[in-house]
Design a protein around this ligand. Structure first.
Ligand code: HEM
Length: 361
């Protein structure tokens, strides 16, 4: 894997996701503004309905770019089915599924415009309410999945979008004009939903251990049969799953497992040690040589990695670091080369949670 290519796909995936989300917010907001008749008779027609349709189309285009970028990103290593079918993903299955469902619904809502003459206005309008479901699913998908969720700017994007859509929705559900129809039940449900989503965000995605929970949302969080490659090598049976058969090197087939451990820094700050148990019985030891960075932080100048599973040890070094993700490569005494992808979350007290995935090079 070329680190430059991996960086491109990753940046395009993240930027594409946020642009798609902002355009989706704009589309829902313009739709609500149209229904609230925020419109001067002097405005041309394209400023409302046509703009609404156009922004939705561009949101779809960026959703496509975002999806394509995550599909080819070598770090995640998706198969086509994982990108297209909800809950098949080995990576954050539930949160990826919400994005896939949101994308399908968005396509359906967009295309329903063309079915309007056939199905009639009333049915089209009922179907169009699914746009709110798309917005809610996309918000939960971004919050639950995103590696940027915990940054202040990402939180500002989500909070700003919810504020704009929530504010317009409040005006729509609870019009100032007392003669207009009010919708107290829907308004109450929306407020409860917003409170529940805020509580979940604070206690879920904003917490350091979230990565582990997000990846474990669907069984082990790993693709079926691959966790056992590492777990089985550690002496456990692997629960009958395929992979990790006796006599086969645990590094000969792809694997993924969660890990837990500690990160400690030497007193002079020149090195750090990540010591973590991986799956059930495997072990990761990663020594980082550090030098002071220009921004006041530390730069990694060297590394020694050792992943042991049973009697086999894979030794190597880091090949790239991106945010909470580390790419590394190692090889066993028998000459089996393995590419590793490590995802880490480090808490203030130095405890580390995360996952490690590997595939034969
Ligand atoms: C309406 C459609 C969608 C919208 C608006 C959307 C938006 C987003 C946003 C805002 C993020 C957070 C990015 C970050 O924090 O850096 C994200 C992450 C992600 N999305 Fe989507 N998404 C959509 C559909 C999809 C689909 C169809 C897939 C297919 C697999 C997908 C896969 C992912 C993945 C894997 C991530 C994690 C990237 C990371 O860790 O940052 N998304 N998405």
């Amino acid at each position: 894997m070329s680190p430059a290519w991996s960086s491109v796909t990753w940046d395009v995936a993240r930027a594409g996701g946020f642009i798609a989300y902002l355009l989706l917010t704009a589309s829902v907001a313009i739709g609500l503004a149209v229904s609230l008749k925020f419109r001067s008779p002097n405005w041309p027609r394209w400023l409302t309905s046509d703009l609404h349709r156009f922004v939705t189309l561009v949101a779809l285009v960026f959703t496509g770019i975002h999806t394509l970028a995550v599909a080819v990103d070598p770090f995640i290593g998706f198969t086509p089915a994982e990108v297209l079918v909800p809950m098949v993903s080995h990576y954050r299955p539930l949160w990826v599924a919400l994005g896939i469902i949101a994308a399908y619904l968005l396509i359906a809502v967009y295309l329903s415009e063309y079915a309007r003459p056939r199905i009639g206005y009333a049915w089209w309008r009922r179907f169009h309410y699914l746009s709110f479901v798309v917005f809610v699913l996309a918000t939960l998908h971004g919050l639950g999945n995103g590696s940027d969720t915990r940054t202040p700017w990402a939180m500002a994007v989500y909070a700003g979008s919810l504020f704009v859509v929530g504010g317009l929705l409040a005006l729509r559900l609870w019009p100032e004009d007392p003669r207009a129809r009010r919708h107290p039940m829907v308004a109450a449900l929306t407020v409860v939903g917003l409170l529940a989503a805020s509580t979940w965000t604070i206690n879920g995605p904003l917490q350091p251990g979230w990565n582990l929970i997000a990846n474990n949302g669907h069984g082990s969080g790993a693709a079926p049969g691959v966790v056992s490659a590492v777990q089985g090598a550690g002496g456990t049976s692997g629960g009958g799953a395929s992979g990790g058969q006796a006599g086969t090197s645990p590094f000969a087939s792809p694997f993924q497992a969660s890990m837990q451990g500690t990160l400690t820094q030497s007193s002079d700050g020149s090195s750090a040690l990540l010591d973590a148990s991986v799956g059930q019985g495997a072990h990761l030891r990663l020594v980082l040589d550090l030098a002071p960075g220009d921004d006041g932080g530390a730069t990694i100048t060297g590394s020694q990695l050792s992943l042991s599973a049973g009697t086999e040890v894979c030794q190597g070094q880091i090949t790239g670091v991106r945010r909470d993700r580390i790419a590394a490569s190692c090889s066993t005494a028998a000459g089996q080369a393995v590419n590793l992808q490590i995802q880490l979350q480090v808490a203030g007290d130095g405890s580390v949670t995360g996952s490690i995935a590997g595939s034969p090079a």
